[in-house]
Ligand binder design. Structure first.
Ligand code: GLN
Length: 488
């Protein structure tokens, strides 16, 4: 039980010193998954056999005296919108319930090449549309800190599995906050990289100009280690950017002296819970004591980010999801005529949130509305980018709460718009394509709270440095859910 709560670096040391084999370690994680899944339900698929086969390969390498990388032999899991060859990839939708991809996403291949052990595929909001994982077509996932609450979304399974110690780390995807918000709700570290830093090849597209894949981990160092393995140019993704990838762990120095932190005042509005505001103020004090310089700043167009996001993301989703027509992928309804077959397939196999968004997006793109909605939203996007550019010319990083509230009770958010409001602090970052990280910043109502750090393009290293200093000086990451303590 305690072994599986160790950091990646500690697990790696145990493996290379032969204090535990990868098969044994994987066995421990799989036992823990069996014990906890009835309560958490983070996994859509557990790939026990494949995990043990991968673990065996790593053990052979160790036995032969070969050196292994920092992720080798350690179990992880992937959000179920990342393609895994010969392993069902559902996007938590009836549409893809039985879809078995013939290829791996680039991130899947890169982790495989790094020797990572795939323990399974994780629950999510259907096609990554949502903030609670309640729009999964299959089942709800519980928050390990309080089983009556949601883990957040859309990468709810990714966050819950890490918080519950079921895997050492996971990958999620973030279109408007889907890595950072569940990370905040579950008390783990979640990074949304700069757009183009991690390949989207093999990620089932929701809104292509906003989607990014990123790691969810228990610590900042673990996060940097996983980013090392998945980041970098990919010829298979035309939006992937060629850049000199650093070793992200080199930035992990416990030093923020002289770091200039801007605090956008607009990120303290929109129904921010006062106790969360208080924790963020404490965090600012911590940074000040560590030698950082704090200043309030303004991003004047932030109030338009949410509406612009909903026009752009739904427009792109209406186009991306047109491919699920019963012909090429997944579910197919029975009908005499092709057109009836397509219509019935889509009517039956998409859930209500996905349908709502496709309808909204189609409306925004149709002639007569296009100029009024889509073109205007793109202009707003440019203004938001400019706001960030001005602020980031003055400050190294921007700091805000990740979310205005702690994790909701299951069923609490029934109104779609109320749900969308929970993303006010994360969405602007995706519109600008910037990197941002959410790290644990304390507790309100016994639930974890996240702090968001936003950096300039390709400044993931700087984000890690700022995040690491805070983590090391506060130690919130050492807290674990009562459920895990009781199981010890
Ligand atoms: N919660 C946001 C939405 O519903 C973001 C989703 C995401 O990042 N995939 O669109």
């Amino acid at each position: 039980m305690k072994t599986i709560r160790k950091s990646l670096a500690e697990l790696h040391t145990l493996l290379v010193n032969k204090e535990i084999s990868s098969v044994e370690l994987t066995g421990e994680y799989l036992d823990h998954i069996s014990e906890f899944e009835p309560k958490i339900r983070a996994f859509i698929t557990v790939t026990a056999e494949k995990a043990l086969a991968q673990a065996k390969k790593i053990d052979q390498k160790i036995a032969q005296g070969e050196s292994i990388g920092p992720l080798a032999g350690i179990p992880m899991a992937l959000k179920d919108n990342l393609c895994t060859e010969e392993i069902v990839t559902t996007c938590a939708s009836q549409m893809l319930r039985e879809f078995i991809p013939p290829y791996n996403a680039t991130v899947t291949s890169r982790l495989e090449a790094a020797g990572a052990v795939l323990a399974g595929k994780l629950n999510m909001d259907e096609f990554a549309m949502g903030s609670t994982t309640e729009s999964s077509a299959f089942f709800l996932t519980a928050n390990p800190w309080d089983l009556s609450r949601v883990p957040g979304g859309s990468s709810g399974g990714s966050a819950a599995s890490v918080a519950a110690g079921e895997v050492a780390y996971s990958l999620g995807s973030d279109t408007g906050g889907s890595i950072r918000q569940p990370a905040a709700f579950c008390g783990v570290v979640g990074l949304k990289p700069t757009y183009g830093v991690v390949s989207r090849y093999g990620l089932a597209a929701f809104a292509s100009s906003l989607d990014q894949v990123g790691p969810l981990t228990r610590t900042v160092r673990d996060n940097a280690l996983v980013l090392n393995a998945i980041a970098g140019y990919d010829v298979l993704d035309s939006t992937s950017v060629p850049f000199n990838k650093p070793d992200y762990t080199q930035f992990l120095e416990n030093n923020v002296k002289g770091l200039k932190i801007g605090v956008p005042k607009e990120f303290f509005e929109h129904g921010l819970k006062s106790e969360i505001a208080e924790l963020i103020k404490q965090a600012l004090k911590t940074y000040e004591q560590l030698g950082a310089e704090i200043e309030e700043c303004s991003l004047p167009h932030m109030q338009y980010a949410l509406p612009a996001y909903f026009v752009i993301s739904t427009a792109e989703c209406s186009s991306n999801l047109a491919r699920y027509d019963g012909v090429s992928y997944g579910y197919r309804a029975e009908a005499e005529e092709v057109i009836d077959m397509c219509e019935t397939t889509r009517a039956k196999a998409f859930g209500p949130e996905v349908k709502r968004r496709m309808l909204f997006g189609t409306y925004a793109l149709s002639s007569g509305n296009y100029e009024a909605y889509y073109v205007k939203a793109q202009k707003v996007r440019t203004l938001i980018k400019q706001d960030f550019a001005q602020a980031l010319a003055k400050y190294h990083v921007l700091l805000s709460p990740t979310t205005p509230t702690v994790a909701y009770k299951i069923g609490e958010i029934s109104e779609p718009v109320a749900c969308y409001m929970g993303d006010v602090y994360t969405i602007p970052v995706n519109l600008a394509g910037l990197p941002a990280i959410s790290i644990p910043a304390g507790f309100v109502d016994n639930m974890p709270v996240g702090l968001q750090l936003i950096g300039n393009y390709f400044a993931e290293g700087l984000l890690y440095r700022a995040a690491y200093a805070f983590e090391q000086n506060t130690g919130y990451y050492q807290e674990i859910p009562a459920l895990l303590r009781e199981a010890d």
